[in-house]
Design a protein around this ligand. Sequence first.
Ligand SMILES: Cc1cc2nc3c(=O)[nH]c(=O)nc-3n(C[C@H](O)[C@H](O)[C@H](O)COP(=O)(O)O)c2cc1C
Length: 357
Amino acid sequence: MAFRTAITELLHIEHPLLQAPMAGVSTPDMAAAVSNAGGLGSLGVALMAPAAIRDAIRSVRAKTDRPFGVNLFVPPWGDDGNSAGAPAPLAAFRQELGIGSVGGALPPWPDYREQLSVILEERPPVFSFCFNVPTPEDMQALASARIVTIGTATTLREGQALVAAGVASVVAQGHEAGGHRGTFLGKAEDALVGTLALVPQLVDRLRVPVIAAGGIMDGRGMLAGLALGAAAVQMGTAFITCPESAAHASYKKALAEVQEDGTAITWAFSGRPARAVRNRFVAEMAPHRQEFLPFPQQRGAVAAIVQEAAKQGRTDLMQMWSGQGVGLLRPRSAHELVLDVVREAEEARATLEGARR
Ligand SMILES: Cc1cc2nc3c(=O)[nH]c(=O)nc-3n(C[C@H](O)[C@H](O)[C@H](O)COP(=O)(O)O)c2cc1C
């Protein structure tokens, strides 16, 4: 029997399963495949120029007539970085990769106002976001465009701030989650609450449906999220190895070898905390945290290295976001993954019901 929840009603989807928006990894093909399978596919467009965002949204629309989401990083991002110095290992990494001291500059960071304007014009059914709360004017504009808003919280206080701003739903992001932490109030180190503890505390205290995220990889995880009171689950890491993913081939291959203790939260790639595979780059940069630049400048400082590392297939120096559920990865198409996870959740529910009798 299908799972009907406040989120399946709100978003007009069949299954309470959202594919996480993943900047640099999610694609129109992935989002459309997930939506066509009855979940909610999402595009992480934070790194994209406004014109590219418009094209991506139109590309999803050409592949599905089902609802889908689009996701941005909402500024201001806070200043977590300290100095303008380049941490010592960067020069050594450059030398090792043979890229000298210059090159690899990133294009300017896309303008959030222009990105949001495209979203307001194109009107995807869902807009999700992380890193902050949009201004009251922007929330009003999104409501007028009839776009459903979903914010990201890593603590109850953040969830309450999002609800006060008028979001329709809150993603409760546990510390198991791959990629950037959404934390925007207080210190990220204090907001490392696991999914199992975080979700029910938000469910009990927020008056909007909560979406569980972090470490959910299969039907057992989906059912657990729903049992905690979440109205849906959001899965990111599970989709990285899908054929529709834009992740580099070496990144996909490397994830197959990583286990539950192989990731860490690091500031080294962007200046904001994010969970990534604990490779040599993460380990050797860790002692230099005080020298990192704030987000997103740190990203610029390391861009040449991680790009060249990807080109050379050097997974010891690549940026590879991953959640702690990585050992449960099962590469398959995004469409199959959604259907398999939902079927497994239904089977797990039936098993539990059988055990009760
Ligand atoms: C590769 C990758 C990229 C991500 N990019 C974004 C993003 O652009 N926007 C966002 O709100 N969350 C992003 N996230 C976080 C996810 O929304 C979600 O919180 C996380 O994937 C859930 O944990 P899991 O990876 O264990 O499933 C990203 C996660 C991953 C793994």
